[in-house]
Design a protein around this ligand. Structure first.
Ligand code: NAD
Ligand code: UDP
Length: 311
């Protein structure tokens, strides 16, 4: 049995990860400041004697003895990370310093939840890990992109300078049951709008693309990455390469829900990436032939079912 710390554990991805780690027989400590996460996401785990939920903000140091740390704490939806951009930067940068300092002190392995956003509005397509990205350092998204890029730099430098055992997962757009109805990201927005027969809000023409990964595939990838040998320290894309336009996503949601909602177009937010698709050759190689198993249609059906009872 391992003792594992999950920061941001009461959020969408974190709560799924905590559950899976507990099911595999580990002891899990979940840290969260409940900014975008919610106790409700982990309430079903509270009766498990091997689960502990602690309210804590990772911009402040935290001390505990664990074997592994998954550092997931950070708002992930543009509306939430842009709400208090300075806090978003602090969460990524000071949070990484605090978790790396802890990992160094207790000799734990530490995994950073990085993001496809480090590629910005990518010129290379699909994105490989050796692409340095195309980010606007002073734009609306920079608090998130640059915070995550700085966190990656902190991770590799704690590894070079202090031999900390690190893992960096570059996560691509992930969705599924457990997302908050007011999360603000595209999949939850469209499903909730369709179920309520409200207008489906497409930003811009809807020709921009994303590659959507179902939550279970991500959790499997994260755990496999954590379990790789200490020689694996570079960033690894974890995402589903099936790429769709936002208009195609809206059409799929309308079909699955049978909704009468109409599509409306709103202005495209500043620096919204035009295309995004992970090259997952590295993940397949390093993560024991990991690949995403859940197709968008199948994942959307499960997510629609969830939101029928949770929106
Ligand atoms: P989420 O907003 O549901 O979860 C983030 C969690 O972190 C929340 O529970 C929130 O309360 C907590 N948190 C935020 N700031 C904190 C702080 N200072 N101290 C402690 N807790 C704090 O988002 P998510 O989709 O579950 O994302 C989890 C992680 O994965 C994030 O780091 C995000 O950047 C990364 N990621 C997610 C996606 C995706 O598509 N979901 C894609 C790329 C990267
Ligand atoms: N988007 C949209 N309508 C919405 C929410 C998002 O058209 O109600 C678009 C958004 O402009 C972007 C894409 O969907 O092009 C994905 O947005 P999301 O916020 O989910 O993720 P990110 O932009 O961070 O990849």
């Amino acid at each position: 049995m391992k003792k594992i710390l999950v920061t941001g554990g009461a959020g969408f991805i974190g709560s799924h990860l905590c559950e899976r780690l507990l099911n595999e027989g580990n002891e899990v400590i979940c840290l969260d400041n409940f900014f975008t996460g919610n106790r409700k996401n982990v309430v079903h785990l509270l009766s498990n004697p091997y689960f502990e939920l602690i309210r804590h903000d990772i911009t402040m140091p935290f001390f505990v003895e664990v074997d592994e740390i998954y550092n997931l704490a950070c708002p992930a939806s543009p509306i939430h990370y842009q709400h208090n951009p300075i806090k978003t930067i602090k969460t990524s940068v000071m949070g990484a310093i605090n978790m790396l300092g802890l990992a160094k002190r207790i000799k734990a392995k530490v995994l950073q939840a990085s993001t496809s956003e480090v590629y910005g509005d990518p010129i290379i397509h699909p994105q490989t890990e050796d692409y340095w990205g195309n980010c606007n350092p002073i734009g609306k998204r920079s608090c998130y992109d640059e915070g995550k890029r700085c966190a990656e730099s902190l991770f590799v430098n704690y590894h070079y300078q202090n031999n900390v055992r690190i893992k960096i997962a570059r996560i691509f757009n992930t969705y599924g049951p457990g997302m908050s109805a007011n999360d603000g990201r595209v999949v939850s927005n469209f499903i909730v709008q369709a179920l309520k027969n409200q207008d489906i809000t497409i930003f811009g023409e809807g020709k921009q693309t994303r590659s959507f990964q179902y939550i279970d595939d991500l959790v499997e990838g994260l755990i496999r990455l954590m379990n790789t040998g200490d020689n694996i320290t570079g960033p690894v894309n974890i995402g589903n390469p099936d790429e769709f336009t936002i208009l195609e996503l809206a059409e799929q949601v309308l079909k699955i829900t049978g909704s009468g909602s109409k599509i409306v177009h709103l202005p495209l937010p500043e620096d919204d990436p035009t295309q995004r698709q992970p090259d997952i050759s590295q993940a397949k190689k390093i993560l024991n032939n990991w690949y995403p198993k859940v197709k968008l249609n199948e994942g959307l059906i499960k997510t629609v079912e969830y939101f029928k009872h949770n929106s």
